[in-house]
Design a protein around this ligand. Structure first.
Ligand SMILES: Cc1cc2nc3c(=O)[nH]c(=O)nc-3n(C[C@H](O)[C@H](O)[C@H](O)COP(=O)(O)OP(=O)(O)OC[C@H]3O[C@@H](n4cnc5c(N)ncnc54)[C@H](O)[C@@H]3O)c2cc1C
Length: 473
């Protein structure tokens, strides 16, 4: 077991990874496998970051295990273990229910093509041309069109089609119609080509397996350990202050928010004026609300689908999805099969949300607003699971304030930053030697797969830096 208390930590490491989200965990594992002496410091008492779980009243709730692309299987196999990759299974039934359409899909390119032809009256040639344009989008191209322009080009005036194609992505990463279409193209091609997948056994099992693997590879893991400040000398990282104690290192890989990394941990004085100008333009992404419901022991309900995108809003409108007056909810339904041997049924309702709508509420207002969130969710979910309120013995809600509290992301951001954050994150080491960042940025590097893969990319950058002998003394 490589969990360490603050006093058990060594005085020096090759690399300190600050943050145990999927980006930080994967980066730490890759660096340890390359032979580096790695400390993984997580400020919370549990690993996982946004991709975590919690236990209440005999239930286990998965916070962010709604679905991810098949690519996660390869990432787990290459950078974790075959055993973990073998836990990836397909989410079978995904449903949409809104005033414009109700349908069920496997979320594959073939099934979306079928639906677009049969239900939405498009020709196969037209649908194929749309897919072809998405597939040809390259991150390095100067492709400036927005999602709005992309949809207008292929499906003019068809808000229903835009809803089908865009709503899940808006839920998954906060995208709007004004985002660069390249972000949509990359996420859509990933997500909707071969269906949606989950980790059988749940987030708890996955994180336990990851912790074992990290320990096996020699990573020291320090929970409840916060990175407070970076130590810099001659424009290079020479250590970090963790829970008040200075530990030296050759590089720091931050998995925390990119803006906190620059403004709080490093300090603006370590960056050029032109870089800081770019930093100030980085917009945080939106946050979330969730309602967690657990069924009484022995209670059950029929299969209603695994993932339900529901809305009572007449049309697709990303602003309405964010509104505190909730009209759209995504339900993730966890049947006992997700955890072998369990008889537990849980439902997690997720809503996109704005931090500003929750930040200033008094204690009483906040309590009341949370209660309303839960009551309204029960009332709405009753349509799909009759008697759900009476069948359940646990319900609680998370708000943007909850997400901020547990992850320290500014504004409780669920998906890091908008597109411009990616360039800032990637250029960090050019500004301050030995400082790297891997975590949700720029939409495409967020989500389970994006965050984990970005962790690998950045770990390779750390490896190159350390290998080149840019050692700070
Ligand atoms: C409600 C919700 C549902 C989601 N559903 C899905 C889904 O179904 N599929 C999907 O693919 N993605 C989903 N996501 C997104 C996905 O979970 C995240 O994009 C991904 O987990 C982010 O990983 P990350 O590496 O960027 O780090 P994060 O998860 O943001 O973790 C950062 C870590 O850094 C730690 N930290 C911060 N500051 C410090 C400090 N000073 N010192 C030490 N540690 C620090 C935090 O405590 C945290 O553990 C969802 C997100 C939310 C909020």
């Amino acid at each position: 077991m490589s969990r360490k208390t603050s006093s058990e930590l060594k005085s020096s490491y090759d690399v300190i990874v600050a943050g145990g989200g999927l980006g930080g965990l994967t980066a730490a594992n890759v660096l340890a496998m390359s032979g580096y002496n790695v400390l993984l410091a997580e400020q919370h008492f549990q690993l996982g970051g946004l991709a975590t779980y919690f236990k209440r009243k005999g239930h286990i709730f998965d916070v962010a295990l709604h679905g991810f692309p098949i690519g996660m299987k390869k990432t787990l196999r290459k950078y974790w273990s075959q055993e973990m990759a073998d836990h990836i299974t397909q989410v079978k039934s995904i449903r949409f229910d809104n005033p414009q359409f109700s349908l069920e899909t496997t979320f594959t390119e073939e099934d979306f093509t079928r639906i677009l032809i049969e239900k939405f009256g498009q020709t196969r040639e037209h649908v194929n041309a749309f897919y072809k344009e998405l597939a040809s989008m390259n991150f390095y191209d100067e492709n400036k069109i927005s999602n709005r322009e992309l949809f207008e080009k292929y499906f003019p005036g068809r808000n229903d089609i835009v809803r089908l194609l865009m709503e899940p992505i808006t839920y998954a990463n906060g995208s709007t119609l004004d985002e660069p279409a390249i972000t949509y193209g990359i996420v859509f091609s990933n997500f909707m080509s071969k269906g949606v997948y989950t980790f059988s056994g749940g987030t708890d099992l996955m994180l336990n397996m990851m912790e074992k693997e990290l320990s096996r590879n020699g990573v020291d893991i320090a929970l409840s350990t916060k990175l407070e400040k970076l130590s810099v000398s001659n424009g290079k990282i020479k250590g970090a202050v963790l829970n008040g104690r200075e530990i030296s290192c050759r590089a720091v890989l931050s998995n925390g928010n990119i803006l906190s990394t620059i403004e709080e941990w490093a300090g603006e004085e370590n960056f050029s004026d032109s870089f800081m100008e770019k930093v100030r333009k980085v917009r945080l992404n939106n946050s979330s609300c969730q309602v967690y419901i657990g069924l009484k022991k022995g209670e059950k309900f029929d299969h209603i689908g695994d993932l339900l995108f529901t809305s009572v809003h007449p049309v697709f409108d990303p602003a309405a999805i964010l509104d505190k007056k909730i009209s759209s909810r995504t339900y993730s339904v966890y049947y006992p099969e997700i955890r072998q041997g369990s008889e537990d049924y849980t439902v997690v309702a997720s809503m996109n949300a704005r931090y500003e709508d929750w930040a200033e509420l008094s204690d009483n207002e906040y309590k009341e607003a949370k209660k309303k969130l839960i009551d309204d969710t029960f009332a709405h979910l009753d349509k799909y699971i009759p008697g759900i309120k009476e069948k359940s013995d646990y319900a609680d809600a998370a708000t943007p304030r909850t997400f901020k509290h547990y992850t320290l992301h500014g504004g409780g951001s669920s998906f890091g930053t908008k597109f411009e954050g990616l360039d800032v994150s990637m250029k960090l080491p050019e500004q301050l030697g030995g400082l790297f960042h891997a975590g949700s940025v720029g939409i495409i590097m967020s989500g389970w797969l994006g965050a984990a893969n970005y962790g690998v990319i950045v770990a390779n950058g750390v490896d190159k830096y350390l290998h080149a002998g840019k050692v700070c003394t």
